[in-house]
Design a protein around this ligand. Structure first.
Ligand code: ADP
Length: 481
């Protein structure tokens, strides 16, 4: 039974009790002849009832207030701890009517909060996985040496790696979400990206060769453009990968030149040898002096042929590591002298003054004699080849006892080498364009010298040159102490 009901019944009983007392007191007063005091009885009863009723209301109010305090403090704890529980009352008071639906409501909220918490946890996991995947993808893109640009369907930049920043001259962070025509100055590249995006899924991937100026020098790129397709079949962006093929194209050109140069190089001495042998067979050399001269020419051209073939073979043998190196104590000076004996003929034919200044022979290096001979020969024959008639070539061997090295220097007063070509002259098949007309060659001589000096003998090869004035190529090797 609720407090209100209990209070109602108590009030009815109170009124009934009061009325009975009033009736009994009035009857008693009338019977005893006190008609006047009988008139006051109902008032006294009323005051008595009112006092009892006030006491009842106060008791009721106290109960309600205690329940409200209990509810309020439990709700307060829930708000503070964030833990939704049930509201519990000590008594089965009137407020139980409110507490029941309130608890149902709290149970529902608790269930929904729990569901949201599970959903939130799943979303957090998904977010972390997505962030890790994004990080991985970016790390892959940043590690690629080719320039990579990613744009969205509005042609705005959304990703680019360091190579792209360097090549196209922009900074990623301030350029993000900007239209590519505000970032990339190369109009063709911007047009290619736009076309790829607007062609959409019709052409998903294409490769275009395009030249881009980099710090004043043009470089050729293979640009691979691919559409990024969204699940709803529409294009969500474009990925452009720019691969620098300048060097590859240069090598292809050099190789083609090499084949024609090698065939020419082989043909020239061969034709000469054939012609002089035919003349000898036909008896055109009538005296001993002419016969000797013919033999000398045949011998010189045979040497040339031999040198060329040796160069080609040696370089591939050294590169593939199959060459057998015979190291022994040798005198660099005596090897240079041997080379000078051979080169003097070549120098004479161009009226080139060949001078030398060589260290004493007792200084020794630990090296492969044939290889060192080959290296010195290549340097000396280049000096003569690229020096115009009447020039001069000087060969020196010096020993630096402090550094414990023997240095061989070949200097000439020839054509010199342009600064831009200097870092490349030791590359296989590389020939300096400006000097190509001066002499035939294969671009293998210096590559072989570098291999012999640096790869096989741990030495050092250097070049200094001034265009039109001459060059000095030098190598140093440790001496035996
Ligand atoms: P090549 O067979 O063409 O002579 P090398 O490898 O010996 O090939 O030399 C590479 C290039 O370096 C040559 O084509 C030449 O242009 C340049 N070069 C080498 N030595 C000299 C030099 N002493 N003076 C000028 N240019 C040189």
């Amino acid at each position: 039974m609720t407090t209100v009901r209990r209070l109602g019944i108590a009030s009815v009983l109170l009124v009934a009790f009061g009325a009975s007392i009033a009736y009994y007191a009035t009857t008693l007063a009338l019977r005893n002849g006190h008609g006047e005091s009988a008139q006051n009885v109902p008032w006294v009863a009323l005051v008595f009832i009112a006092a009892l009723a006030a006491g009842g209301v106060m008791a009721f109010w106290k109960t309600v207030q205690r329940d409200i305090n209990t509810i309020s403090s439990q709700m307060d704890t829930m708000a503070k701890t964030g833990k939704i529980g049930l509201v519990m009352l000590e008594s089965t008071g009137e407020l139980n009517q409110i507490v029941k639906p309130l608890n149902e409501f709290l149970t529902m909220i608790r269930r929904q909060t729990e569901d949201l918490r599970v959903e939130n946890r799943e979303l957090q996991i998904q977010f972390r996985v997505a962030a890790a995947e994004k990080h991985n993808t970016e790390a892959i893109i940043f590690s690629i040496s080719d320039a990579v640009i990613v744009t969205n369907r509005f042609d705005e930049l959304i990703l680019a790696n360091e190579a792209a920043e360097k090549l196209l001259g922009f900074k990623l962070t301030p350029s993000l979400r900007k239209n590519i025509d505000q970032i990339i100055s190369n109009g063709t590249l911007v047009r290619l990206i736009r076309e790829t995006r607007s062609n959409g899924r019709n052409i998903t991937r294409k490769v275009v060769e395009h030249c881009i100026d980099q710090k004043g020098s043009p470089r050729t790129f293979n640009i691979t453009l691919s559409c990024v397709a969204a699940p709803a079949d529409e294009v969500s962006g474009v990925v452009a990968v720019l691969h620098d093929v300048t060097r590859e194209k240069e090598i292809a050109r050099i190789k083609t030149d090499f084949v024609s140069n090698v065939s020419h190089e082989l043909k020239t001495p061969l034709s000469s040898i054939k012609a002089y042998i035919e003349m000898l067979l036909d008896g055109e050399a009538q005296d001993e002096k002419t016969t000797k001269e013919f033999y000398e020419i045949i011998s010189f051209d045979t040497d040339r042929l031999h040198r060329l073939i040796e160069n080609i073979l040696n370089i591939s043998r050294i590169e593939s590591g199959v060459v057998k190196v015979v190291r022994e104590p040798i005198s660099l000076t005596s090897v240079v002298k041997q080379v000078l004996d051979v080169a003097v003929i070549q120098a004479k034919s161009k009226n080139i003054r060949l001078t030398d200044s060589l260290a004493p022979v007792y200084y020794q290096i630990e090296a492969d004699r044939d290889m060192i001979y080959q290296a010195v020969l290549n340097l000396l024959s280049n000096a003569i080849k690229y020096t115009p008639e009447d020039g001069s070539v000087n060969v020196t061997v010096n020993v630096d006892e402090r550094r414990k090295v023997a240095v061989c220097e070949v200097s000439d007063t020839g054509a010199g080498i342009p600064v831009d070509d200097l870092p490349k002259i030791f590359d296989k098949f590389y020939r300096v364009r400006a000097n190509e007309k001066m002499a035939k060659g294969t671009g293998l001589g210096l590559a072989l010298v570098k291999h012999i000096v640096e790869t096989v003998h741990d030495g050092k090869l250097t070049v200094t040159s001034e265009e039109g004035k001459g060059s000095t190529l030098a190598f140093e090797l440790p001496i035996i102490v």
